[in-house]
Structures are given as structure tokens and as C-alpha cells.
Write a protein that binds this ligand. Structure first.
Ligand code: NAD
Length: 482
């Protein structure tokens, strides 16, 4: 436990500007996925703890909405600066609880700080408009106001970025938040709260608590204090929460699963494609919602691509993310291991070829080999369901139309990729792929200044970009006669 900074060794909640121990009956543990060791134990929240967070968020909203946008932006910018100053310490905590290599953890904090800086600026741009009036002595105004206190539910795979995107946009808009980070990885979110508190965020504007997810989310969503929910995580849980919110006519931003297709055309630069797709596939051990997963490679390049991707996958250095030069860490939880086993066994039973990996590593912790499975039929589990792990599924295709049809065949539409040197092909896939984010000749899709979000069952609403602020604003029309 000495690995953690003092104040995280017995993790508490952050409620009304104070660190507060849970008063519930249960206990939870936070485990280092690279070793299986318990990092910290916490007491669950009681109903009183949840209600205290809700009351604080109600008070926090009354106060924060009146703070001028330029001052709200200054707090966000100061918090970003603190994240950058504390990068080493904050990245270590992230790696310890989630498992990703330190370099990735540092990158995640940088991206999170970027997002706070972006929304520090955007806070000042929640423009309304004046509409040409219908009559003399009448002014028709359209203004945009913060929607109110937000309940934000963040997944474990990006413990800083996921809650950070929601918090930055909500606070920029003038909303307060009750955030529930994943109960398996809450420590990083407490560091976000620390940075914001140290940056001068008033008490009550941000509240963080975690524990039994079903109990927490139902009480938060049902509370009349909460006006909006934002969720990142699986489609299964997102649909459950969206139904609860819809029953009370509360809007929801949903960032759910993907099963990202890749189309590699014969005219592509194969080395470039492998160089882009490899880090994207194995980032966070494949546990990212935009991870390229279904690789469709045109027949003329198929054998060469499979060989090159498998060779590069085999060469990856896998290990405890705290170690030097490690390129891929463990899966975040032991429950993910049997899931990987299920995907690989199904593929083998259907006659697919395991070009590399395919097994758990014989080591402490929850390690799965970087795995490449080729010659898959489209009805294989790997081509239908999101593995959310370090497995690349590869199949050949013949024509552009066939590739597009197979890429679009699933009910998901988050990230999608294509590699080609033909402008015509690039234009056709950009228009034809059903996805919220498309990378052509690049696997980098996520930036503070561009919207991040999906279509179909991958969710709705965007985080990031100018759209990210819209999610936390409501429109009011004012007719003012004098
Ligand atoms: P899971 O669907 O069982 O999710 C468990 C996680 O969801 C826990 O962290 C928990 O806090 C949260 N959760 C569960 N019930 C909840 C509720 N009622 N309210 C709020 N949060 C709740 O699966 P898992 O094993 O953790 O992850 C596997 C799947 O989750 C993957 O296949 C992937 O599709 C999806 N996932 C997606 C993202 C993403 O970024 N879109 C992130 C993480 C997980």
C-alpha cells in the first residue's frame, strides 16, 4: 500500500469540498492487475453519503452557475496546470490501479489536461443570439444556460480521461457534478478532484463517490437534483441507465462500446498501416472503445498484412506497466481473462488460425498475450462481439462495396479506419462507413478539439469539440417587450 500517496491509502469520497470516509456497511478493494495484490480498501457509501453528495451538488450548482465563464475557465486552466506539474505521481497511481504502461498513463493525463484547457476556452463561447424581432419595442433573445447538476458515470479503462472529459465540459458550462468512477479504479478520479480543489473549485461543485454501481446509479438518476446523465461504458449498462433517465425525461450522453472495423486496401502502404494500427490495437491491452478490432484486408495484401501484424505483435514487450520499456500491460481485471479465452476458443472451433498469442501468460496478474486470429468467418464471436482485449481478428475481402457492407454489418458505430492511397476510395469509405469517428490512413481519432462519440448502439452525443459543451447547455428563448 506504500506505493500509493498517503491520502489514497484509505480512499475516501470527495463530498462538498471535503474528503469523507464511506459510512455504508460494505467494503471494496482496489487491486493492482499486474500483481493481483490489494492496493487499498474502502468503505461503501451509505444512502446518507449519496444524499449528501446530491445536496452538495444542488448547492454547488446555485453558486457555480453565477460565476462568470471567464473565471470558471481560469479554475479549469489552473487544474490542467496542476495535472501537468503532478504528472509523474498521477501517472503512477493510474498504472497501479488500471494496469496500462506508465508511458500511456502519462499520455492519458496529458490528454485530460488538454481537455480541461480546451473547455477553459470554450466556457466563454456558450453564445446565444438575437433574432430579428417581429415588432418594434420587442427583443427576441436566445440564450444558453447550464442544464443543472449532472450525474456522470465513468468506465475503468481511462480512469482520468473518462471522468475528466465529463467534468471539464460540465464545469465549463456552469453545471455541478456528482461523479461515479468505476469502483475498480476510483483513485485516479480522486486525483482529478484534488487538482480541481487545489485550483480553487468551490465546495459542492464536484462530488465523487463510488461503490455498488447499481445502487448508486439508480439513486443518483432518480434524484430530482440531477438534470442530466453522462455515461461511458458497455452498451449493456448504458442502455439500462438510459431507460432509467428516459422515464424521468432526463437527457443522457452515452459513450458505449464499439467493434471498430478496419479496411486495408491493396493500394495501401502496408508498413504504414501496421505502424498506425499496432499501437492503437494494443493500447491499454486492447481495452479501448475505438480499438481496431475487425480487420478486413483486401485479398492481394492479405497474407502480407497478417504476417507483418503477427510479427510486430509477437515483438511487443508485455509486463507490469511500472516496468521500464513495457509496451503492453495486463487486462484490468481477472474477469476479462475467461472472456478472452471464450473468443479464442470460438475462433479455433470455427477453423480460424491463431497467427500469434492466444493464451494467458503464466505470470502473476491478468496478462493475455497479444493475439492475432486470421481467416475468420463473419459469424465468429470475434467478428460479432467486442473482445475489449488484445485480440486482432483478420479476414480477407474482395471489393470496396463488399468491405463496406461487412464493416457496417454490426449494430455498433463508434470508430472505423481505412488505409488506401486512392482519393476516390478514401472519399467513398469516408461517406460510406457508419461510424461517429473515421480515421483514413491514421489511427488517431481522439483530440480535445474534435467531437468524440458514436452512432447506432455505440451511443449518442459527443464529448470534446464544440459539441462537448452543448451536451451541458439548455436553450432558453426570451421575448422582451419594452
Ligand atoms: P460490464 O458491462 O459488466 O461493466 C462493469 C462496469 O460497469 C463496472 O466498472 C461498473 O462500475 C459499471 N457498471 C455496472 N453496472 C452499472 C450501473 N448500474 N451503473 C453505473 N455503472 C455500472 O463489463 P466489464 O467487464 O467491466 O467491461 C467489459 C465490457 O464493457 C467491454 O466488452 C466493453 O464493451 C465495455 N466497456 C466499454 C467502455 C467504453 O469506453 N465504451 C469502457 C469500459 C468497458
Amino acid at each position: 500500500m506504500a506505493l500509493l500517496p498517503e491520502f489514497l491509502r484509505t480512499p475516501t469520497f470527495f463530498i462538498d469540498g471535503a474528503w469523507r470516509t464511506g459510512t455504508g456497511d460494505g467494503e471494496g478493494t482496489i487491486v493492482n492487475p499486474a500483481t493481483g495484490e490489494v492496493l487499498a480498501r474502502y468503505r461503501s457509501p451509505s444512502v446518507d453519503d449519496i444524499d449528501a453528495a446530491l445536496e452538495a451538488a444542488g448547492r454547488g450548482f446555485s453558486l457555480w452557475r453565477r460565476v462568470p465563464a471567464i473565471e470558471r475557465g481560469a479554475v479549469l486552466r489552473r487544474a490542467a496546470t496542476l495535472m501537468r506539474e503532478r504528472l509523474d505521481e498521477y501517472a503512477r497511481v493510474l498504472t497501479l490501479e488500471e494496469g496500462k504502461p506508465l508511458a500511456e498513463a502519462r499520455g492519458e493525463w496529458q490528454v485530460t489536461a488538454d481537455m480541461f484547457e480546451w473547455f477553459a476556452e470554450e466556457a466563454r463561447r456558450a453564445y446565444g443570439r438575437l433574432v430579428p424581432a417581429r415588432a418594434e419595442h420587442l427583443q427576441q433573445q436566445v440564450v444558453r444556460e447550464p442544464i443543472g447538476p449532472v450525474a456522470a458515470f465513468a468506465a475503468w479503462n481511462f480512469p482520468a480521461r473518462n471522468p475528466g472529459y465529463k467534468i471539464a465540459a460540465a464545469l465549463a458550462a456552469g453545471c455541478s457534478c456528482v461523479v461515479k468512477p468505476a469502483e475498480e479504479t476510483p483513485l485516479t478520479c480522486l486525483l482529478l478532484a484534488q487538482a480541481l480543489a487545489d485550483a480553487g473549485l468551490p465546495a459542492g461543485v464536484l462530488n465523487v463517490l463510488y461503490g455498488d454501481p447499481t445502487e448508486l446509479s439508480s439513486r443518483l438518476i432518480a434524484s430530482p437534483v440531477i438534470r442530466k446523465i453522462s455515461f461511458t461504458g458497455s452498451t449493456r449498462v448504458g442502455q439500462l441507465l438510459a431507460v432509467q433517465a428516459a422515464q424521468l425525461a432526463k437527457p443522457a450522453t452515452l459513450e458505449l462500446g464499439g467493434q471498430a472495423p478496419v479496411l486495408v486496401f491493396d493500394d495501401a502502404d502496408i508498413d504504414h498501416a501496421v505502424g498506425q494500427l499496432l499501437p492503437s490495437k494494443y493500447r491499454n491491452a486492447g481495452q479501448t472503445c475505438i480499438s481496431p478490432t475487425r480487420f478486413f484486408v483486401q485479398e492481394g495484401s492479405y497474407a502480407r498484412f497478417v504476417e507483418a501484424f503477427a510479427r510486430a505483435s509477437r515483438a511487443l514487450r508485455v509486463g507490469d506497466g511500472m516496468g521500464d520499456a513495457v509496451q503492453m500491460g495486463p487486462l484490468f481485471h481477472e474477469r476479462r481473462l475467461p472472456e478472452m479465452q471464450r473468443f479464442v476458443e470460438d475462433a479455433i472451433a470455427r477453423g480460424a488460425r491463431v497467427a500469434c498469442g492466444g493464451e494467458q501468460r503464466a505470470a502473476a496478474g491478468y496478462f493475455w498475450e497479444p493475439t492475432v486470429v486470421s481467416d475468420l468467418e463473419d459469424d465468429a464471436l470475434l467478428m460479432q462481439a467486442e473482445p475489449f482485449g488484445p485480440i486482432a481478428a483478420i479476414a480477407p475481402f474482395a471489393t470496396l462495396d463488399e468491405g463496406l457492407e461487412r464493416a457496417n454489418a454490426l449494430p455498433y458505430g463508434l470508430g472505423a479506419y481505412a488505409f488506401t492511397t486512392s482519393l476516390r476510395t478514401a472519399q467513398r469509405v469516408a461517406g460510406g462507413l457508419e461510424a461517429g469517428m473515421i480515421g483514413i490512413n491514421t489511427a488517431k481519432l481522439s483530440h480535445a478539439e474534435t467531437p468524440f462519440g458514436g452512432v447506432k448502439q455505440s451511443g449518442h452525443g459527443s464529448e470534446g469539440g464544440t459539441e462537448g459543451l452543448d451536451a451541458y447547455l439548455v436553450t432558453k428563448s426570451i421575448s422582451l417587450a419594452s
